[in-house]
Design a protein around this ligand. Structure first.
Ligand code: ATP
Length: 254
C-alpha cells in the first residue's frame, strides 16, 4: 500500500454528494510514481466522478486531493495541469478537422504557455517540429501526420491522444476508457503501447477501463469501485481472488 503522503497522486476520505446523492464515499488511495493503476467497477460506480474530482472539474464535498504531496483540492484544472496532471476523456477531445501533427503541436504549444512563455510556442520549422514528430513516431502515427485527425480509426485516435499526453509533458495521466470504441483486433497493440509509453516515461497512470482482461494484464494495481466506495485496491491477482469483488460484479467472472 502506497503511503498517501509520498504518493504521486493521493486522495483521502473523498466524498462527493450531488443533489443528495452520494456519488463518492470516503475514497482513500495513493498511487506511487511510475505506477499504473486501473479503476474498475460496474456502470455508475463513480469511476469517472473520481477522475473528475482528481482533475478538478468537480469539487469534492469532503476530503483531499494531492499531487506529489501538494494539496490541490481547491486548485483549478489548469493549476493541476501545471503540476503535471493530464487527462483523456471517454469521448475523444481531438480537433478532428486539424491534422494529426497540428493536434500534437497544440498540446506542445499549451505546455510552452504553461511554463510562463519562457520559451516561444513551437513554430513550424523542422527543428521545432522534430520533438512533435518523435512523439508521433513513438505511437506509430508519424506516417499519418498530415491526415485530418477525423480520418483516423478509433484505435489511432487513442494513440494520438497518447502522443498529445507525451507532448504536454504530463507526469500523472488519467485515462478515461482508453480502449473504448477500439476494434478488438487493435486492442493488443494499443495495450502494449500504453504499457511501453508508461514504462519509458515513468509516468504515473490511472486508467478507468471496462475491458477487464486488459486491465488485469496491464495494471500494477487495480482499484475496484462499487456504489461510490472503494471496494478493493490490490494487485490484479488478489483482486480476482477477492470474493467481495466477485459479488459486486453479481458473480460474473472477472
Ligand atoms: N453531475 C452529476 N449530477 C448528478 N449525478 C451525477 C453527476 N455525475 C455523475 N452522477 C451520477 O453518479 C453516479 C456515478 O457516475 P460515474 O459516471 O462516475 O460512474 P462510472 O463508474 O464512471 O460509470 P460508467 O462506467 O457507466 O461510465 C451515477 O449514478 C451518475 O448518474
Amino acid at each position: 500500500m502506497t503511503d498517501t503522503e509520498s504518493a504521486a497522486l493521493a486522495v483521502e476520505d473523498l466524498s462527493l454528494v450531488i443533489d443528495g446523492a452520494q456519488i463518492l464515499r470516503d475514497v482513500t488511495l495513493g498511487v506511487a510514481t511510475g505506477e499504473l493503476v486501473a479503476v474498475i467497477g460496474p456502470n455508475g460506480a463513480g469511476k469517472t466522478s473520481l477522475l473528475n474530482v482528481v482533475s478538478g472539474t468537480m469539487r469534492p464535498t469532503q476530503g483531499r486531493v494531492a499531487l506529489h504531496g501538494r494539496d490541490v483540492t481547491t486548485a483549478s484544472p489548469a493549476r493541476r495541469a501545471r503540476r503535471g496532471l493530464g487527462r483523456t476523456f471517454q469521448t475523444s477531445y481531438l480537433f478532428l478537422g486539424l491534422t494529426v501533427l497540428e493536434n500534437v503541436r497544440l498540446a506542445a504549444q499549451a505546455k510552452g504557455q504553461r511554463f510562463g512563455g519562457l520559451w516561444r510556442a513551437p513554430g513550424r520549422s523542422a527543428a521545432a517540429l522534430a520533438p512533435i514528430r518523435e512523439h508521433l513516431a513513438r505511437v506509430g502515427l508519424d506516417g499519418a501526420r498530415n491526415r485530418p485527425a477525423g480520418s483516423l480509426s478509433h484505435g489511432d485516435r487513442r494513440k494520438l491522444e497518447l502522443a498529445i499526453m507525451l507532448a504536454s509533458g504530463s507526469t500523472i495521466v488519467l485515462l478515461d476508457e482508453p480502449m473504448a470504441g477500439v476494434n478488438s483486433e487493435d486492442l493488443p497493440s494499443l495495450m502494449e503501447l500504453i504499457r511501453d509509453v508508461q514504462r519509458d516515461t515513468d509516468a504515473t497512470v490511472v486508467m478507468v477501463e471496462h475491458h477487464i482482461d486488459v486491465v488485469l494484464e496491464l495494471a500494477h494495481r487495480v482499484a475496484v469501485m462499487h456504489h461510490g466506495a472503494l471496494l478493493a485496491f490490490d494487485t490484479p491477482e488478489n483482486v480476482v481472488a477477492d470474493a467481495t469483488v466477485r459479488d459486486a460484479y453479481l458473480g460474473e467472472p472477472l
